[in-house]
Design a binder for this molecule. Structure first.
Ligand SMILES: NC(=O)C1=CN([C@@H]2O[C@H](COP(=O)(O)OP(=O)(O)OC[C@H]3O[C@@H](n4cnc5c(N)ncnc54)[C@H](O)[C@@H]3O)[C@@H](O)[C@H]2O)[C@@H](O)CC1
Ligand SMILES: Nc1ncnc2c1ncn2[C@@H]1O[C@H](COP(=O)(O)OP(=O)(O)O)[C@@H](O)[C@H]1O
Length: 467
């Protein structure tokens, strides 16, 4: 994976480029490498498609002149649209090396293929006036649109679109992925995102969630050593049953549901144990063989579940806190979770996150990291761009996605998978990342319009890909 899966902010990318220059590569050389590699990718996809490349004033524009020249030498009918001279030496040199026709942006005639090299990581403010109008005019009248590094108008680091931007078919990330290659809403405009390796090797707190390595049970394993997952069920037990099924299908040795009502186990091997009071639940949870607990799915939000939640928070085992439990804690989540002794993973969706967070103005990734720091827990923010933060400030972002997951009950399934991964004594951050990968992969395998049960059915196959 590009830059070993480390995602770089614009500042980190500049530092990484400086390291490359310090090792003797010139700016011109790096731009040549970026531009020719991007051009080859465009050529592989489009061949001789007549092309217009829009070049901005900086190094993103510089890449554009290199792309145009490479395509010209391949025999493609290619023109450049640009206003004024480039502002960096490297971009000026690229422009000098360009042997084709250059026209002003507002004079440019659209071509079948449009390549946007107006702005990349250097974008600092919204596009305005004629620039913006011409971007739309030229892009919208093309049949295929490429964005180089980032679509012009996208903030590199936070997923925001600073201007109204056209929809692209392909985005070629240069050197390393930037956060906005994965975050919404910017990701939605990028079409197919792929990476161009230009020799950038830099670590970061941000990374892509990658396929986990999961071990088979050892020959000496038994059901308890593999992990006893306990799901706390409230009065609406369906969600807890889904979490239980998911825990089992992702490899738990034993799954129990602690339920306040008489429920039929969702599977013969899943044991239901009844309790009536919070104290009784506390006793059930004190079983030292329990290796992870889930609380929240279907718990309910009135007074009674509060007692169940406070008993559950006392459990020594690693805990997944989801759904109603998050709403019950609200803004008190930070203090309640920080005082726990065991590992905790909190899994809000955007609505639950809004109820928990203190600073609604802050960029959600920053707030997620802040909450992970304050709670000493793992924060997993669900959605099309699920991100997972730990207390050290690391953030892993999901690059795989499956919009069919937007159906009730799939979050319950995720909580069960996380519990099973936590049972394996994994570091909670690693466990949450592995569970997120398995969840999305199972969704991809399930095909369109699956039920949560259908999602659960695909978990063993997703798991098989990680052994
Ligand atoms: N530094 C390097 O050597 C390399 C850089 N590369 C490319 O260079 C890009 C970054 O280049 P730059 O840092 O020059 O930045 P850009 O080319 O993204 O932006 C150029 C300049 O435009 C101005 N600007 C920002 N927003 C504007 C707006 N809304 N309207 C008008 N002007 C605006 C800023 O002053 C900025 O410096 C990357 O995205 C990548 O495409 C690649 O060629 C790889 C090598
Ligand atoms: N549009 C989407 N694209 C990809 N994944 C999604 C999308 N919408 C929701 N999801 C995923 O589906 C799951 C839904 O969880 P949640 O909102 O808690 O639902 P529920 O509580 O009904 O189970 C989460 O894992 C979330 O990341």
């Amino acid at each position: 994976m590009l830059n070993s899966g480390y995602i770089l902010t614009a500042d980190e990318m500049r530092k990484a480029e400086r390291a490359v220059f310090d090792n003797g590569t010139t700016v011109d050389r790096l731009m040549y490498l970026a531009g020719t590699s991007a051009a080859q990718q465009i050529w592989r996809i489009s061949g001789h498609m007549p092309t217009l490349v829009a070049c901005g004033p900086g190094n993103n524009g510089g890449d554009g002149y290199v792309i145009a020249q490479w395509l010209l030498e391949k025999g493609v009918e290619v023109r450049v649209a640009a206003n004024g001279d480039p502002i960096t030496d490297a971009a000026r040199n690229s422009r000098t090396a360009w042997q084709g026709e250059t026209v002003a942006l507002d004079q440019a005639v659209p071509a079948v293929q449009f390549v946007d090299c107006l702005f990349g990581t250097g974008l600092t403010r919204p596009l305005e006036g004629l620039l913006l109008q011409n971007l739309h005019r030229l892009a919208l009248r093309a049949n295929r649109r490429f964005a180089i590094d980032l679509p012009s108008g996208v903030h590199s680091d936070n997923g925001e679109t600073l201007s109204d931007i056209p929809q692209f078919d392909h985005t070629l990330a240069l050197g390393a992925y930037k956060p906005s290659h994965f975050l919404e809403p910017s990701r939605g405009y990028m079409g197919h995102v792929s990476g161009i390796d230009i020799g950038i090797r830099a670590r970061s707190d941000f990374s892509v969630i990658q396929r986990p390595q999961i071990s088979k049970p050892a020959t000496s394993d038994h059901k308890y050593s593999r992990g006893l997952v306990a799901i706390v069920a409230g009065k609406m037990s369906g969600a807890a049953q889904l979490a239980a099924l998911a825990a089992q299908a992702s490899g738990a040795g034993y799954v129990k549901i602690f339920a306040q009502t008489d429920i039929v186990p969702p599977h013969h091997s899943i044991v239901v144990e009844r309790f009536d009071t919070g104290e009784q639940l506390g006793q059930l949870l004190s079983d030292p063989r329990i290796s992870a607990v889930v609380v929240g799915p279907g718990l309910g939000r009135d007074r009674d579940p509060r007692k169940l939640l406070s008993e559950t928070l006392k459990a020594a085992a690693p805990l997944v806190v989801d759904a109603d439990a998050l709403m019950l804690m609200g803004k008190d989540a930070t203090s309640l979770i920080a005082s726990r002794s065991g590992q905790t993973v909190l899994t809000p969706h955007m609505g639950e996150f809004a109820a928990m967070r203190n600073d609604g103005d802050r960029f959600r990734m920053d707030e997620l990291r802040r909450m992970a720091g304050k709670t000493h827990a793992i924060m997993l923010l669900k959605g099309p761009d699920t991100m997972i933060a730990n207390e050290q400030g690391k953030v892993a972002i999901s690059d795989a996605r499956c919009s069919w997951l937007s159906t009730a009950g799939t979050g319950d399934v995720l909580s069960g998978i996380i519990a099973t991964r936590l049972s394996g004594n994994e570091n909670a951050f690693v466990a949450a990342c592995a569970a997120q990968w398995l969840h999305t992969r199972a969704a991809q395998l399930a095909g369109p319009a699956f039920s949560p049960e259908g999602l659960v059915d695909q978990l063993p196959q997703a798991l098989a890909e990680c052994l």
